[in-house]
Ligand binder design. Structure first.
Ligand code: ADP
Ligand code: X15
Length: 401
């Protein structure tokens, strides 16, 4: 990468220095708050360990979920515990990300110690990239390392704003590794190239589809994303997830795909449930038969077949977003089938890239992660790279000398 990285900093640059390190510890958790997949924590270890070995005082900052203000369910305390186990050393945890308590605990850090700040999104100023808030985050540190690849597509205070107040500002080893792999796989992809988009972040990912129509030969849509398209077609979607203000966009995307001759594949059948729960009653219906009061939580068997056939000849596939609510066994079949298909085409030489916290968790759950070409810690971030966009969290870093 053309940016300065941690590899450019020696022990003499780092020893005794307070390093503010942006990580993406936005890990999947179950209803009881237990971490169900720690890939993102493990992926940050090389950077954290390099810093501690070189005598830096490490101050980690991350978001967790999408809180509106302080939310006790979205505290990073379980993450601090898991990180401490993985590092084999104590991780000091603060209850805030700025302020006096943080300053005091940072002041008490010894060289090589690690501290984790509280969820930075408890402050609305974080996502607004408020300069005063960025200045307060930066006040406790001497230098900045961004290793949050999964959040590099967000221009927030802890990913972009802080770089204006800390020097040097460098990329960590995870960001370096992700860019190295993704840029080469995506710049000149082996074709046919397919993108599979699912999951629940409809409003933040539906926009990506437009740019992907220019790049991809096939676009497969699943997960919670599909019902906005169906509503645009005038179908009844019951209580399924819909983004009302994206219906018009969905309609125009279908029209554009047709114009450009890109295969935009949507499921033809879905598994619907009478409630959002593991023990819900379920039935498989065609998409024009979703009953009132029911919600679509997985793609159906006919759709799985069509998707598998479409993927069979692909040479590069990038997948972000599960096909259904795979956390509930009843609604995991679509996601599991696609994971198996990608493992199969990987074996035949295709490049398969899985990105996103929950998508990676799903592939880990079925034990197929090591059969994919690349497991990326970023879903939205890897899709934006595929679109050809620059990621603000990377643009903001110092240029390599
Ligand atoms: N039909 C659906 N309705 C509601 N939620 C869904 C549906 N299909 C998938 N999901 C949910 O989407 C979530 C993952 O979405 P997202 O955050 O976009 O993916 P990733 O973390 O891989 O980027 C999962 O928790 C899954 O339960
Ligand atoms: O989980 C994340 O993104 P992803 O679901 O696209 O992989 C990142 O932590 C970014 O979170 P955000 O989409 O709430 O900014």
């Amino acid at each position: 990468m053309s940016k300065k990285t941690l590899a450019n900093l020696s022990a003499s640059d780092l020893s005794g220095k307070r390093a503010l390190v942006r990580v993406d510890f936005n890990v999947p958790v179950d209803d009881a708050g237990n971490i169900t997949d720690d890939t993102r924590i493990r992926a940050a270890l090389p950077t954290i360990q390099d810093l501690t070995q070189k005598g830096a005082k490490v101050i980690l900052v991350s978001h967790f979920g999408r809180p509106k203000g302080v939310d006790d369910k979205l505290r990073l305390t379980p993450v601090a515990k898991r990180l401490s186990e993985l590092l084999g050393q104590e991780v000091v945890k603060t209850d805030d990300s700025i302020g006096d308590e943080v300053a005091a605990k940072v002041g008490a850090l010894q060289n090589g110690q690690v501290l984790l700040l509280e969820n930075v999104r408890f402050y609305k100023e974080e996502e607004k990239n408020d300069p005063e808030f960025a200045k307060k985050l930066a006040a406790n540190a001497d230098l900045y390392v961004n290793d949050a690849f999964g959040t590099a597509h967000r221009a927030h205070a802890s990913t972009e704003g802080v770089t204006k107040y800390l020097s040097p500002s460098v990329g960590g080893y995870l960001i370096e590794k992700e860019l190295q792999y993704l840029q080469s796989a995506i710049a000149n992809p082996q074709r046919p190239l397919a993108a599979i988009i699912g999951g629940s972040k409809v409003s933040s990912k539906i926009g990506v589809i437009e740019a992907l129509l220019e790049k991809c030969d096939k676009l497969i849509i699943g997960g919670g994303m599909i019902f906005t398209f169906y509503k645009a077609r005038g179908l009844n979607v019951g209580k399924s997830l819909v983004e009302e203000d994206k219906i018009e966009l969905a309609r125009s995307l279908e029209a554009k795909a047709k114009e450009r001759g890109v295969d935009l594949l949507l499921p033809t059948d879905v598994v619907v449930a009478d409630k959002f729960a593991a023990d819900a009653n379920s039935q498989t219906v065609s998409i024009d038969n979703i009953p009132d009061g029911w919600m679509g939580l997985d793609i159906g068997p006919d759709s799985i077949k069509v998707f598998q056939e479409a993927l069979a000849d692909c040479k590069t596939v990038i997948w972000n977003g599960p096909m259904g609510v795979f956390e509930f066994d009843k609604f995991a079949a679509g996601t599991e089938a696609i994971a198996h298909t990608l493992a199969d085409i990987s074996k035949k030489g295709a490049i398969t890239i899985i990105g996103g916290g929950d998508s990676v968790a799903a592939v880990e759950k079925v034990g197929l992660a090591d059969q994919m070409s690349h497991i990326s810690t970023g879903g939205g971030a890897s899709l934006e790279l595929l679109e050809g966009k620059e990621l603000p969290g990377i643009v903001a870093l110092d240029e390599a000398e």
